[in-house]
Structure formats: structure tokens, C-alpha cells
Design a binder for this molecule. Structure first.
Ligand SMILES: C[S@@+](CC[C@H](N)C(=O)[O-])C[C@H]1O[C@@H](n2cnc3c(N)ncnc32)[C@H](O)[C@@H]1O
Length: 285
């Protein structure tokens, strides 16, 4: 498991190796159009081995959030810059977390600096990146935890910098990103949860019907598309799945994601022991 660079609600870190294990053994390029914290892309690059994926050529990660993409680009090209920034800022943060959180959040909301976005993800409440619908203001309160030490962060950046040399990153909508995959490429989609994430990750509109069309087009061009979609929670008691077009996918697997952080936030105080989220992993081949 690759240690997380960003603290990101709904990340696929714990199930990334299962997702990678279901990729076809021969594919050319890898596309991830809803990159988020990049957990699956990093896991694939960690496992990249000519005996496992002999033809794997290059990875392309994209997301609608420009400051998120800027973090990956910067780590790939000049990892020392973000390490230095984190070290200075977090050393101050430990001295007066309340005050420093306000400063970082105000600064980010004024200039959308990628490094401040990284600091916010490490310090905000449970990695919930929440933006106000009306004006995009990042509104998440400070988390109660201590952000990871600069030395631990530096180690993670060094590891990620090495892994992502075989990747490129773009700020673009999934509609644009999904025009690129060709025959023999893999596309992994982890869209915002349709039932609960409309205000998390930004005020962008996400229309699942457009995603169905884009998946169908990729499939027609001969790409292998994988889609994670939330299906059941409360230990399979309550079905929250959405309607999936008939014939688009050839296989459906269930992946246990453990207790959902979103549930934990929405149900604080209630006993969550029995509440497990199962993701569906749908494959077009
Ligand atoms: C569920 S998260 C992905 C989490 C990721 N798999 C991980 O492990 O961290 C969904 C991501 O989709 C992005 N997103 C939302 N709407 C989008 C759109 N229209 N086009 C591209 N990305 C979008 C969000 O910014 C967010 O980073």
C-alpha cells in the first residue's frame, strides 16, 4: 500500500491493490479521469513490473481541480519545493494550530495556491475537501488531529516523486479526459459519490448520464473501462445503488471499502460498527 500523500475523503487507498489486481494483464496506457488523491494510480505504478504488466507504457491522471493537479506536477518535477513549504508551514502550525489553520485557509481562498491546498488536505477535518456551492470558498473546519511530521511528509513526497515519473497530469473534466483512451488502454473511473458528495470536492456539476456515454465511447474504441461505484452500506441492508445502463459492463465485482468516512461524519454519536460500504467495481470486458 502506498502511503497517502494527501488526506482525502473517499480515497481508494485500502482497495487500490484489489482494483489493480483486476486490470487486464496487457494494456498500453492508463487513464484516471477522477484522480483525487491518486491512490490507484500510485498503486499501479508501485506494482509496475514488466512481468506483471509487460506492455504498460504511461499513466495519465486528471481532475477538475487545478490546484490538485498542480501538486502532482510539482512533486514530479521539483519535489523539494513542496517539502520545504510543508516543513516551514507545519512547524508553525504545531505552535498555534487554530491561528495557522485560519491563515492557510484564508490564503488558499484568496489565491488557490496548490501548496496551501496540500496543507489544507493534511490539516482539515478528516480530509473533507468542501467548497461552497455559490462561490467555491473552501469551507472545511480544522481537524482535531496533528498533521504528519515534516520528515514523514518528505519521505512520502520522495516515494511519490519516484513513482510518478511515468505519469502526466492534466486539469480537465472527465468528458475531455475520456476522449483520449484508445484500443488497449485502461481507464479507471472513481466519480464523486452520487448520493452524498455533491458539495464535496467543489461546485462542479457531475452528471452520471454523461459518464455512461463517455464509458460507452471508450469501450467502442477498444479501451478497458473500470468503474467504482458505491452500492450498499449498513452491511448490505440498504441499497443505495444507482441504475446502470444494461449491456455497458460485462462484469461486476463487490469490493469492501470498510466504514465510510462520510457516514462517520454524518452519523457522529451513532454506533457505526455495523455500517460497511461496499463499492461495485464494474468492468467493460
Ligand atoms: C471520489 S474522488 C476520487 C478519489 C480517488 N480515487 C482517490 O483515491 O483519492 C472524485 C474526484 O473527481 C473529481 N471530479 C468531480 N467532478 C469532476 C469532473 N466533472 N471532471 C473531472 N473530475 C471531477 C473531484 O475533484 C474528485 O477529486
Amino acid at each position: 500500500m502506498v502511503p497517502a500523500l494527501l488526506k482525502w475523503i473517499g480515497n481508494k487507498q485500502r482497495v487500490a491493490s484489489t482494483i489493480v489486481a483486476h486490470m487486464p494483464t496487457t494494456f498500453n496506457n492508463y487513464y484516471e479521469p477522477f484522480l483525487g488523491s491518486g491512490a490507484v494510480l500510485a498503486e499501479l505504478l508501485m506494482q509496475d513490473d514488466t512481468s506483471l504488466f509487460p506492455h504498460f507504457h504511461h499513466a495519465y491522471g486528471s481532475d477538475i481541480l487545478p490546484f490538485l493537479i498542480e501538486i502532482f506536477r510539482s512533486i514530479k518535477d521539483s519535489p523539494d519545493e513542496i517539502i520545504e513549504y510543508y516543513t516551514n508551514e507545519i512547524s508553525n502550525y504545531y505552535k498555534n494550530p487554530e491561528e495557522q489553520y485560519k491563515i492557510i485557509k484564508n490564503r488558499f481562498n484568496q489565491n488557490h495556491n496548490a501548496f496551501d491546498f496540500c496543507l489544507l488536505s493534511r490539516t482539515c477535518y478528516s480530509g473533507v475537501i468542501r467548497f461552497r456551492k455559490t462561490d467555491g470558498y473552501m469551507s472545511t473546519p480544522k481537524g482535531p488531529h496533528n498533521p504528519i511530521k515534516p520528515s514523514a511528509f518528505a519521505n512520502r513526497v520522495a516515494l511519490w516523486a519516484e513513482l510518478i515519473q511515468k505519469a502526466d497530469f492534466y486539469t480537465e473534466s472527465f468528458e475531455e479526459a475520456m476522449l483520449k483512451p484508445q484500443s488497449g488502454d485502461v481507464v479507471y473511473c472513481d466519480p464523486p459519490y452520487t448520493h452524498s458528495q455533491s458539495i464535496i470536492y467543489g461546485a462542479q456539476d457531475f452528471d452520471i448520464n454523461v459518464l455512461w456515454d463517455k464509458i460507452a465511447e471508450c469501450k467502442e474504441r477498444g479501451a478497458y473501462v473500470m468503474l467504482s461505484i458505491n452500492s450498499t452500506r449498513e452491511s448490505k441492508k440498504k441499497n443505495i445503488s444507482i441504475e446502470i445502463p444494461v449491456g455497458l459492463f460485462e462484469r461486476e465485482l463487490t469490493v469492501n471499502c470498510g466504514t465510510s468516512m462520510i457516514d462517520r461524519l454524518q452519523n457522529s454519536g451513532r454506533d457505526m460498527a455495523d455500517e460497511v460500504v461496499h463499492d461495485k467495481l464494474l468492468l467493460t470486458w
